[in-house]
Design a protein around this ligand. Structure first.
Ligand SMILES: *Cc1c(COP(=O)(O)O)cnc(C)c1O
Length: 400
């Protein structure tokens, strides 16, 4: 397959504002005028290129950002949403009816897990959770009611890798759609080129990169994105997950530095993971040859963006993990906070934060220990010094 560089794909997409502005104007209107009544009824019937009706449906700046994201994920079309959960909800609600089933990885973002486990049953949508790295188990879980196979490219928080090409084959042979949450691996992997039908991001994380808003997107075929926007039956139109236009404008600017940020996040993560391992700490990082998804990720990766910036370490002791995190914040390593993809380092214990929705016995089954700390490494230019600070904290707590 021809090599793909998402950063070039978006860089080559020139947009012009109303007056040739290099950054298109922020849409500051909820509604749009029509010169004729005919035109108005026409757009209620079908989309007309360059014509806008009402901002929850489409507005110019959200369209610019969506078009950029479609190029970025190499899909025909895309749709921005008010959050990552908004994107997941819209995609799932559009694809599934009452009585349908989903086969989902059991290591997914805590919010998605709670949605699948606690909320979808209200609508009689059943989710079968599987170990997504076990393709036989996935095949067995698929029934004639399965409409969606759901996974994350790099999963939260144990950094397992989904075999997108083979999952796509399973989905195709059973008439289901493969939906991939690519939040942890923007630039690194382009799931649609590997067979994913729908690609989702929480743009709150890497794509925006400044931890100042929540936002999401759905990238897919023109047909699917149009169906989301149908005024009578579209999930995005009817559930009302529209992204605020001011935010769309700022994300559109931030995405243009994403390639540089991913390189730095990945480089810093690789350095830290290697140093942790040298200290004898149990470390999870897909950049390691010893990581069980390493060669799979390598076979799916775009060149030049590394293995992303998330590293997990297991201290096998909850108390020590908690003390270490508090101490690291005091020593200015970064912030004790959930989320990821920020320019500063963020760390938290997934067991009682981002994955706390997953019941304890399930956590134990998937290997999510209470002493596990997830790091999202920042853009620090003095990463060796930051490591020395962490090592200092570990020594004080007699972890090393
Ligand atoms: C944060 C996150 C989400 C949810 O996104 P929001 O923008 O917080 O709604 C979904 N999937 C993954 C992998 C995430 O990290």
């Amino acid at each position: 397959m021809k090599k793909f560089d998402p950063s070039v794909a978006i860089h080559d997409f020139l947009v012009f504002g109303e007056f040739g502005d290099v950054n298109p104007s922020i849409t500051d209107s909820s509604t749009f005028t029509f010169l004729s009544t005919d035109r108005m009824s026409e757009i209620f019937e079908h989309e007309i290129e360059g014509c806008f009706l009402y901002s929850r449906h489409w507005n110019p700046i959200n369209k610019y950002l969506s078009d950029t994201l479609a190029r970025f994920e190499d899909t025909e079309s895309a749709q921005v949403t008010a959050s990552g959960m908004g994107a997941i909800n819209c995609a799932i609600m559009q694809l599934c009816n009452a009585g349908d089933e989903i086969v989902s990885s059991h290591t997914i973002y805590g919010g998605t897990y709670a949605l699948f486990k606690n909320f979808l049953p209200k609508f009689n949508i059943k989710v079968n959770f599987v170990d997504i790295t076990n393709l036989e188990e996935v095949k067995k879980a698929v029934t004639d009611k399965t409409k969606v196979i759901y996974c994350e490219t790099i999963s939260n928080p144990l950094l397992e890798i989904a075999d997108i090409p083979n999952l796509s084959k399973i989905a195709k042979s059973s008439n289901a759609k493969l939906v991939v949450d690519n939040t942890f691996a923007p630039m690194v992997v382009t799931p649609a080129r590997l067979g994913a039908d729908v690609v989702i991001h929480s743009m709150t994380k890497y794509i925006n990169g400044t931890s100042d808003c929540v936002a999401g997107c759905i990238c897919s075929t023109k047909e699917f994105i149009s169906s989301l926007n149908d005024v009578n039956s579209g999930a995005s139109m009817l559930l009302g997950t529209v992204l605020d236009s001011t935010r769309a404008a700022s994300i559109l600017k931030n995405i243009h530095s994403l390639h540089l940020r991913m390189q730095k996040h990945s480089g810093n993560a690789m350095y830290m993971a290697s140093e942790f391992e040298k200290l004898g700490i149990k470390t999870y990082y897909p950049g390691f040859k010893t990581h069980k998804g390493h060669s799979l990720l390598k076979s799916m990766m775009n060149d030049g963006f590394g293995y992303s910036g998330i590293v997990a370490i297991d201290l096998l002791d909850e108390d020590k993990a908690n003390k270490l995190m508090e101490m690291m914040q005091m020593e200015k390593v970064g912030y004790l906070a959930v989320s990821l993809g920020y320019f500063k380092t963020l760390f938290s214990a997934p067991s009682h934060s981002t994955s706390s929705e997953i019941p304890e016995e399930e956590q134990a089954k998937i290997g999510l220990g209470k002493g596990l700390i997830r790091f999202s490494f920042g853009l620090d230019n003095n990463i060796n010094e930051i490591f020395e600070r962490i090592k200092g904290c570990m020594k004080k707590l007699e972890i090393v």
